[in-house]
Design a protein around this ligand. Structure first.
Ligand code: NI
Length: 168
């Protein structure tokens, strides 16, 4: 087990488009277990591989109150999306900022798990929001991209400033 380092906006590596996973082997399962450890430790409700600088289509999540429903989605696809909802979102790569983002309220998803089994399921509410947020990461997209330029630039300068303070 190992904690992975989480990249912070505006790190350009967060803009990488992830590639499909083709091998479901022991190395992948080890990575998934490190991803869960990193997400729970942070703590966060979701983490995409992109955020730890590994550019494969994989995300982990747990939106349960008790933190006992880990779910790993590999090569996820949204088959259907409908409705609209707006929720406050945050991101482990944009620490300390929460903003409203509009997403589909209900989605139908197909994804492999860490053993390579293909599952299809429906999600709504915070689970649907989390999946859409994490899938954006795999496209190199962040929730701040949905905000106005003014808001995004303000967040960027604050995070850059924090980074400089940590470095000095
Ligand atoms: Ni995020």
């Amino acid at each position: 087990m190992a904690l992975l380092n989480i990249l912070h906006f505006p790190d350009p590596r967060l803009r990488t488009v992830a590639k499909a996973v083709t091998e479901f082997d022991e190395e992948l399962r080890q990575f998934v277990s490190d991803m869960f450890e990193t997400m729970y430790e942070a703590p966060g409700i979701g983490l995409a591989a992109t955020q730890v600088d590994r550019h494969i289509r994989l995300l982990v999540m747990d939106v349960s109150e008790a933190r006992n429903q880990p779910r790993c989605l590999i090569n996820p696809e949204i088959l259907e999306a409908d409705g609209e909802e707006e929720m406050d979102e945050g991101c482990l790569s944009v620490p300390g900022f929460y903003e409203k983002v509009r997403r589909a309220e209900h989605i139908r998803v197909r994804a492999h798990d860490e053993n390579g089994t293909l599952n299809e399921f429906e999600a709504e509410g915070i689970e649907a929001v989390c999946i859409q947020h994490e899938m954006d990461h795999l496209e190199g997209k962040l929730f701040v991209d949905y905000l106005s330029n003014l808001k995004r630039n303000r967040i960027r300068s604050k995070l850059v400033k924090t980074l400089k303070q940590q470095a000095s």
